[in-house]
Design a binder for this molecule. Structure first.
Ligand code: NAI
Ligand code: MG
Length: 354
């Protein structure tokens, strides 16, 4: 069995952590019959400065033929962030209907638990963020610029199909993985049109899954519960904006951006899904060789899971867990002194003992 993927390292530490993921792919190719072939695309801020585009005109068509996309991070002070995001990440997510953003929130053994004073139970849940519509729409505009009556309007767009399909994914994922409870992040007490519709649509999907306990919380209270009792969640389903905020909060309670992975999934498999760390290009540490490669490597593990190789996913995660709990080879963000390269090698050595 083999798959062909597109690799976009991007900018800054994106390039550094991607090197480690590629080393791991090579090691797995060497030891397993499942083969991943890849093509590397240099679409990043340098490319933009040379061509005035983040990717070629036919960039999406080029990517469309791959089985998946492995992405690093983009962002560079020479290019405005809204250009890098809206001309690269957003077109990929939206055109390839990657309407599920999947983020494991799992506290590994050996990670200093920032909530240790009151939480000593395992933290292990999945956050599913609606990734294609909702609050991140460009419906809206500004009027009367510079005048006293100036105003700006930004609309949320929630569609029956959009909300239903992300809810279907979340409930069926819960079902498949034996997760008992699904928590809906909402704000239908204050946002009375779109969020009420969100709740009702999710509830109509929930009825089809009577064995999964369904609950809903307002986003403000839920943010507090993430800190007070994060062990209490199995799967959390959130809109685009709420999910964006909850995923950074979720990442903070399990050890930070250096280890947080994500997947942008097109569940139907009509288009490639994209796997990327939650973090950005980290200009403050780029070029120093000290970025933590775990988020990128964990994102690669999610890709193997999507390719139905749960065993390879589990093996990579066990390798990460082992390196983290031994605490010998960890990067400065986790309190160590190791380099990106050393952590990558240590994980590979755990998988295939040298
Ligand atoms: P960031 O995630 O790049 O960095 C935030 C902080 O976390 C920094 O102190 C950084 O050093 C640290 N950090 C992040 N990843 C790390 C890792 N693997 N190991 C160790 N420390 C790590 O977010 P920031 O600074 O807000 O954005 C920097 C650039 O990245 C911007 O241009 C932004 O637009 C872009 N960005 C791109 C994303 C993407 O490509 N999907 C996502 C988030 C930001
Ligand atoms: Mg974010």
């Amino acid at each position: 069995m083999s798959k062909k993927i597109a690799v976009i390292p991007g900018d800054g530490i994106g390039i550094e952590v991607m090197n480690e993921a590629l080393k791991l792919i090579e090691a797995i190719n060497e030891h397993d019959s499942f083969q991943i072939e890849y093509d590397v695309f240099d679409w990043n801020s340098d490319y933009y400065l040379q061509t005035n585009r983040m990717m070629p005109k036919d960039g999406l068509e080029q990517l469309q033929h791959y089985d998946a996309i492995l992405f690093g991070a983009i962002g560079d002070e020479r290019v405005p962030d809204d250009i890098t995001i809206w001309e690269m990440i957003m077109p990929i997510r939206k055109s390839f209907q990657q309407y599920v953003n999947f983020r494991p929130i799992k506290l590994l053994d050996g990670i200093d638990n920032p909530l240790r004073h009151h939480v000593n139970k395992p933290i292990d849940f999945v956050l599913i963020r609606e990734n294609a519509e909702g609050e991140y729409s460009n419906a809206g505009g500004r009027m009367f610029e510079g005048e006293n009556r100036e105003l700006a309007i930004q609309n949320s767009v929630m569609t029956r199909q959009g909300v239903t399909q992300v809810a279907e994914f979340a409930f069926s994922y819960a079902n498949k993985h034996g997760l008992k409870k699904l928590t809906n992040a909402t704000k239908s007490n204050a946002i009375i049109h779109s969020m009420k519709f969100w709740d009702q649509t999710i509830e109509s999907v929930a009825e089809k899954y009577p064995t999964i306990n369904y609950e809903k919380y307002y986003i403000d209270a839920l943010a507090a519960y993430f800190v007070q009792r994060p062990y209490d969640f199995n799967i959390v389903l959130a809109s685009n904006l709420f999910g964006d905020i909850l995923s950074d909060l979720g990442s903070a309670i399990v050890g930070g951006l250096g280890i947080s992975p994500s997947a942008n999934i097109n569940p139907e498999g009509n288009y490639p899904s994209m796997f990327e760390p939650v973090h950005g290009s980290a200009p403050d540490i780029a070029g120093k060789g000290i970025a933590n490669p775990i988020a990128q490597i964990w994102s690669l593990a999610l890709m193997y899971e999507q390719f139905d190789r749960q065993d390879i996913h589990d093996k990579i995660l066990a390798g990460i867990q082992n390196v983290v709990s031994t605490k010998k080879v960890i990067t400065p963000d986790m309190g160590g002194t190791a380099t990106t390269n050393e952590v990558g090698d240590a994980i590979i050595n755990k998988l295939y003992k040298k």
